[in-house]
Design a protein around this ligand. Structure first.
Ligand SMILES: [Zn+2]
Length: 387
């Protein structure tokens, strides 16, 4: 999702970030609870009291989602997987994992830790509500506690459904991975169950819309079904890309017929003699045999044309960075991920400061589309997965 993320605070050493969509959701939940839900459960309260109940519920849900994600993160860390931060999205949270999946056991434990924590938090809220009623009396606070308890039990139940990419689906994938010793097959099987569940959710959405005439429930279940389906599909694609490219080094896809330019070339020379003559949008800048930067058609076009005659490549080139320079023995899958993330068409391959060649997004993509048809079931031991 392309929303801005804001860091809220640190919790157990993890940075808790919120996607802008979460603020929208927080307001929506608070409003729904205080105007639609609580007035029916507990009558005779003031408008002000209902509003406070709504706000308290949102704070409780925030706490609940963070506890769920922290449980994933702590178990991940126990199995030597690094968690960078926890981001709250419109549908809950994501503990973002850096690096590789370790092994089926770690993945299984990490997956079930979240729902287990939600169940615990749910029971804790339920118990707190009971104790509060026992020692004080049933009022607005006990209703909020009970609601939070119920919500957490629902979060646990929904997430443990064995449908990838839900936690239960990840646990299922880990089990298949363990028995088949193949992460790609395991991901495919788990995501098939995810797709089936997604269709079930969409069917239930139609049932709500058409038979029960309940718009809100219909839209809610429909979006949920759509999201489960979409994220499952992208996880499988990512896994297949890793499986096919993972072992291949960048050098296998490298061209070395790339045209280079010198830093003291004028921009008008670059346009007339290079850009207009060679089918290249990006030129490596080489000085005394060493790669020093890269100049692209887009950076030239962003200049004032009057300056083309007296500006030199050195003053318009981008300096070297890991966004577009890669070593020949680096993994092609990593290079592809960088190109996708930064919208690059190509990356320069360089060894010990010298330009060896270039790899292009197009070549990698066509390699993938061919190999996927020929052989898409090679076993892989590792894969990078966003959770
Ligand atoms: Zn989870």
């Amino acid at each position: 999702m392309a929303f801005r993320r804001v860091t809220l605070f640190r919790f157990f050493g993890y940075k808790v970030k919120a996607d802008a969509s979460w603020f929208f959701l927080a307001v929506l939940i608070s409003w729904t609870m205080s105007s639609k839900v609580y007035p029916h459960i507990l009558t005779g309260q003031s408008q002000n009291a209902y509003q406070w109940m709504g706000v308290l519920t949102v704070v409780g849900i925030l706490f609940s989602i963070i506890m769920h994600e922290v449980a994933h993160a702590i178990i991940a860390e126990y199995y030597q997987m690094r968690i960078s931060n926890i981001t709250l999205f419109i549908f809950g949270g994501v503990a973002e994992m850096e690096g590789e999946l370790s092994h089926p056991r770690g993945e299984f434990m990490m997956a079930v830790a979240g729902p287990a924590m939600s169940a615990l938090v749910g029971l804790f809220f339920q118990a707190a509500a009971q104790l509060y009623i026992l020692y004080y009396h049933a009022d607005a606070l006990s209703v909020v506690l009970k609601t939070l308890g119920l919500l957490n039990l629902e979060i646990a139940a929904f997430n443990i459904v064995p449908a990838f990419p839900l936690d239960g689906g990840r646990a299922l994938r880990a089990i298949v991975w363990h028995y088949k010793n193949n992460l790609v097959t395991a991901t495919r099987i788990a995501s098939a169950s995810g797709a089936a569940f997604a269709y079930l959710l969409m069917g239930y959405s139609c049932y709500n819309l058409i038979v029960l005439n309940d718009m809100v429930a219909g839209i809610w279940w429909g979006i949920l079904g759509f999201l489960v389906h979409a994220s499952g599909t992208s996880a499988v694609q990512q896994m297949e890309t890793r499986a096919l490219l993972g072992a291949e080094p960048v050098a296998r896809f490298m061209h070395n017929n790339i045209v280079t330019v010198s830093p003291d070339l004028s921009v008008s020379d670059l346009v007339d003699n290079y850009i207009n003559r060679h089918y290249q949008r990006v030129f490596p800048v080489v000085d005394g045999g060493l790669l020093v930067g890269v100049v692209s058609l887009s950076s030239v076009l962003s200049l004032d044309r009057a300056k083309w005659n007296w500006l030199h490549v050195a003053s318009v080139m981008e300096p070297l960075s890991a966004h577009f320079v890669v070593a020949p023995d680096a993994s092609a899958a990593d290079a592809l991920e960088i190109m996708q993330r930064y919208g690059r068409e190509m990356m320069l391959v360089s060894e010990k400061g010298r330009l060896s060649g270039a790899i292009t997004f197009r070549d990698l993509a066509s390699f993938l589309s061919i190999s996927i048809k020929i052989d898409s079931d090679r076993p892989v031991k590792t894969g990078r997965v966003a959770r």
